[in-house]
Design a binder for this molecule. Structure first.
Ligand code: NAI
Length: 513
């Protein structure tokens, strides 16, 4: 919290969802707030809403009634086409614009504002998709202009990206970092690049889910089940698409992909546009990837696990990844499995493979085992809650059913998928790590800020570099190498940041001299 000598007047232009949230936290942090908009009715509604939200905090006992009233009293509003207009921002130390996402409108706001504020007032934009540098290009003093990207709802999402344009001065960014802390928010710094930090780091989860769906490897509900139950995400990619709305997700996916000149890592999927055109936008239209009946998500039933505990077939486990094989063997031992421990599988044995970044076909052929009897199990993640079982086109359905019966039940669910280098979780997680690594490689943000932004901004269980360190950089590299070798698609090429740290045995947080 500030002391008296550091008292700040905080300007906000645009009294929509974001402008209101920013004005609210500034007033609650003890700052004088000037909130401006062209639309007088919107401004009145905004002020009433902010007052209601602040008073609700007092009702819940989170702040005192006196503090609530004082915070509300600190907010003044100004209709910009009436006197005093932009002159009302003259006392401000910082002004954040949160008007519509159009560069021409933002430029006109910037020019009007610069005519009234002092030369040391910071001017920031809350844009989420436009270039901060291009915004600043209309300024007389572009060094005092930066991005200040808050997330919706602002009072709850306590993260803000401080985005430095090409000409933004270090002092401007430093001051915005300090002000963010005064506001009770966690600042992360990013350079002015498409998607900044959070929206850039989010290019793996949804798009890789779509790629898996497009290829017919698994359906949307199975992909969501694996990513939540096995990989620990709060929501699967398709639940998230439905929550955000496919119209918005599609625009973000397309925009970042094209702004990065068709970078294959961010390539979206062709199945999205027709779904969007059909109005399958998600919760808000009652149907997206899921159907919502009275707002309740309808989840398609899973295939039952065959009741085949005793198949009479011994189990042979590949030892190519010795630790993964040991994990699987330990798990199967608790189910009273009979093992075939010979160097090569016996004629009647069920063959379990535990590949990293390879599909069943590739792993079975590399191992020289009979593909008809081979199934693959994803042993990268803990096996107890949900297992992913994968088969090749040659796998005998009877052997697949045996594998499913042996692995499932007793509280463990099994998702059976078609052949995929990296199953579901391995490839989605490896892509998250890889994109996080490349953000570090491009010096868009520091490793610590990348992790913080992803945990706070995207709600993932851990940031990409932490995730990569926990799984092991060498393992992530192996998964990506497998994907790259199979698809020959530069989408899966590992980031230089990852390759070097994996080869040198270093942490992904290691920045070097
Ligand atoms: P909104 O549509 O809720 O509000 C925009 C406000 O700007 C309206 O009240 C409108 O009357 C006002 N406005 C339009 N032209 C104006 C002008 N020339 N001068 C003054 N006021 C003007 O928009 P929202 O969602 O609050 O977004 C605002 C900005 O924040 C956009 O740049 C958006 O990309 C960004 N943003 C939005 C997020 C979201 O989840 N909605 C998240 C992060 C950033």
């Amino acid at each position: 919290m500030m002391d008296q000598s550091d008292s700040k007047t905080f300007g906000v232009i645009g009294a929509g969802i974001m402008g209101c949230g920013i004005a609210q936290i500034a007033a609650q942090a003890g700052m004088q707030v000037v909130l401006g908009d062209l639309d007088g009715a919107a401004l009145e509604k905004a002020h009433a809403n902010i007052a209601k939200l602040i008073r609700r905090l007092a009702e819940k006992g989170r702040i005192s009634a006196a503090d609530a009233e004082a915070a509300i009293a600190r907010i003044s509003t100004v209709q910009l086409d009436k006197a005093p207009g932009y002159a009302a921002f003259a006392p401000c130390n910082v002004v954040v614009e949160a008007v519509v996402e159009r560069m021409d409108v933002k430029h006109s706001v910037l020019v009007s504002l610069e005519g009234e504020v002092s030369d040391d007032c910071i001017i920031a934009t809350n844009t989420s998709s436009l270039s901060v540098t291009e915004f600043a290009s209309a300024a007389r003093l572009p060094e005092r202009v930066a991005g200040y990207h808050f997330f919706n709802p602002v009072p709850l999402m306590k993260l803000v990206e401080v985005v430095a344009g090409v000409l933004t001065s270090p002092k401007t960014a430093d001051r915005l970092v300090d002000i963010a802390r005064d506001l009770g928010h966690m600042p992360v710094r990013a350079t002015d690049t498409p998607g900044f930090l959070v929206n850039h780091a989010g290019r793996a989860f949804g798009p890789e889910g779509l790629r898996i769906l497009t290829e017919g490897i698994a359906d949307h509900a199975d992909i969501d089940r694996v990513m939540t139950e096995a990989a620990g995400f709060r929501m699967g990619p398709f639940e998230l698409f439905d929550l955000i709305g496919l119209d918005i997700s599609h625009a973000v996916m397309e925009s970042i992909y094209h702004q990065y000149h068709e970078e294959p890592r961010y390539r979206p999927a062709a199945l999205v546009a027709p779904r969007r055109a059909a109005g399958l936008l998600g919760r808000k239209t009652g149907r997206g990837f899921y159907v919502y009946a009275d707002g309740v998500k309808q989840v398609p039933a899973e295939n039952p696990i065959p009741d085949l505990k005793d198949t009479g077939r011994p189990v042979w486990i590949s030892s190519r990844h010795a630790d993964l094989a040991a994990t699987l063997k330990e798990y199967l031992a608790t189910r009273g499995c009979e093992f075939d421990d010979a160097a090569t599988p016996g004629p009647n044995s069920l063959i379990f493979l535990t590949p990293l970044g390879e599909d069943t076909t590739t792993a079975a052929l590399a191992e020289g085992v009979d593909p008809k009897r081979a199934v693959a199990v994803d042993c990268l993640l803990p096996l107890e809650r949900r297992l992913t079982l994968m088969h090749s086109p040659a796998t005998d359905p009877d052997f697949l059913a045996s594998a499913c019966g042996i692995l499932g039940g007793h509280g463990t669910a099994v998702t059976t998928i078609a052949d995929s280098p990296g199953f579901i979780a391995q490839r989605v997680l490896a892509m998250i790590v890889n994109i996080g690594c490349d953000i570090a490689q491009q010096k868009i943000a520091t490793p610590g800020d990348i992790d913080l932004a992803v945990e706070r901004g995207l709600g993932y269980p851990e940031g990409p570099l932490k995730l990569g360190d926990r799984i092991g950089p060498a393992r992530i590299l192996e998964i990506l190498d497998g994907l790259y070798a199979f698809y020959r698609d530069p989408r899966y090429r590992p980031s230089p940041w990852l390759i070097r740290r994996a080869r040198l045995g270093l942490s992904l947080h290691h920045t070097g001299p």
